[in-house]
Design a protein around this ligand. Sequence first.
Ligand code: CA
Length: 505
Amino acid sequence: MKNKFRLLILIIFFMSLFLSTCGVQKSTTLKNYEGRVYYEIFVRSFNDSDGDGIGDLKGVTQKLDYLKDLGVQGLWLMPICASPSYHGYDVSDYYSINSDYGTMEDLQNLIKEAHKIGINVTMDLVLNHTSTQNKWFIDAATDANSKYRNYYIWSDETTDVNSKSSMGTIQWYLKNGFYYNAVFWDQMPDLNYDNAEVRVEAKKIAKFYLDKGIDGFRLDAAMHIYNADDNKNVAWWTEFNSYVKSLNKNATIVGEVWANTDTITKYIGALDSTFDFPLANEIVKGEQTGSFAMLSLFLDSIYTTYVDKNILGQDSPFITNHDQNRAMNYFEDMGQAKQAAAILLSLPGTPYIYYGEEIGMKGSGKDEYKREPMLWSSDASKNTSWEADLENDADITSVSVEEKDKNSLLSFYKKMISIRNNNDALKYGSYVAFATENDSIFSIKRELNGKSTYVYVSSADSEQVENLDIASAKIIYSSAGRKGKIKAKAGQITLKPNEILVIVK
Ligand code: CA
């Protein structure tokens, strides 16, 4: 009896050891994030609920059915706090919703309705700087003895006010006899994170929105808090993130670290995830050139780093975002857009789609053009009208038109997202390099618990051969209309011209 008891204790001990080892493979905080497809929304351009031509939060709520149908499981709302600018990246009051977008109640209702259908809602948090119209700054600038004076960074006799920022921008601006620091724009004075009171304010803002039910934050300009000082930035975000987790262990923090892979990886851990800007660049270049050699090499290189650091699932890939020319401006046709989508949706981590990307909207040049009204309908009265539609043709590129066409980009996005949502290897699997050196083919293998999924994308106008390391596989999707099984001959399969192929073992 005693021996049996010992044996039981031993088994429990080893089981718990085994489980805890499994546990450290991935941050548990990512349960609410990894593998999902997220969707970035510029609220002003998305959907107008009250007929004033400006998108609003109720308008987003009205389109939850569309987002669910698309297969999206998470939203990133671009800035929704009170702001004097059209874009909102200069906050005048962190505790109010932009009156163009609605009320706090509208936000809470959006969160409630999204949660009912399994969609997370995260929001942009712009903490590096405020608007010059923020009462903190107005007070600080008019009264050198203000309690808010030290919330910002002011010149003293040692400051070279002609010095440029680490980004090469003008960074000192004169106000009432003193210079304040603002590295992005004179209307965006930088907050002083050496001041402990500012750090307390930042946490207070996060708590405020977590209490409203928000699932996490996208951190704007995460590497600029302490200009170009990664160590201090990482220390601050570690402090911030652990505070957020103390309030909600499932809340997620994803940061904008617009830098190379070395720098990005420094921030993962402090942040739950970061956007993969270098990867986005390689996806676009691969499609533009029709050669995936560099993309494949790049994936091998970054994923080796991510696996070594145990952060593979914490990547947030995307194609382009609101600060960049739209993906469709780089592509020749919808075919290339479909291929880029297939690549994006086959990658580890949490892929982001920028609103309108799924219908092939264009936009380039000044920022407003990259953020045009979402084209719901060829009937212009059904879209937001805050800005005149300049680059897109709603008769071709709109939801109402593409929904009726099973070969449209929108239909393809739905198909690929649905494949990902129903395939755990694509959502959570490891990355296995297995490709040949055929530059015209992108291929990726994702593996989980002995199950493998392969995604092939061919940019060639002729048939091509590519490796398959198993004898045969089941076809999940073929843009060439193939069904059933595919068999390897001498370890290779033949791809049809320009084929997108998804197969599983
Ligand atoms: Ca409106």
